[in-house]
Design a protein around this ligand. Sequence first.
Ligand code: CTP
Ligand code: MG
Length: 179
Amino acid sequence: MLKLVATTIWLLLPAYTPNNFAVVFGGGAPIDLGRNFIDGRRILGNGKTIRGFIAGVIGGLIVAHIQLFTESFAGFSLFSSLEYETFFLLSFSLSFGSLFGDVVGSFIKRRCGFERGASFPLLDQLSFLFFALLFASRIEGFEKLYTTEVIVAAVILTPLLHVLTNVIAYKLGLKEVPW
Ligand code: CTP
Ligand code: MG
């Protein structure tokens, strides 16, 4: 059980971390260039920036490469069981898919009338995961690492991890509210 949790988190780190890079390095021109959709609301909003998107994809790739090196030192083999090219395509798909899903989530939020930054439980935590896994599932050998067990664990764990990290950030004084 604990092994499944650890494996799932490890395999999904290249999808979990891109948004953190976007938070730190984002800013500047929004992806929607400030334009509105036909409903008169912003297409995506100012929280989705071009720089954040690019920094997020690069950040996810860096994390995946750190993991690849860590595996060879720690003596276990998940990402390192893949050929390098496959590993690269997989980590790019997870990272890009994660930010793509984040954008889709914002598009849906704006259509529902939620302002930028408003929380939309489950959509916020599952849209990035859905697209990360969807894009990654196109890569050969995906199902060898991302078994049904891992995917089910991911869907359950991701919202729980989100709640947990926010509570920790709140206790550390990094966030105003614990959600
Ligand atoms: N961010 C960014 N570019 C992205 C994604 C995120 O610059 N593609 C930065 C923005 O500063 C954003 C912050 O990371 O405010 C937090 O990201 P997120 O919670 O995804 O955005 P929100 O501001 O909450 O906007 P939304 O309501 O559209 O989710
Ligand atoms: Mg948000």
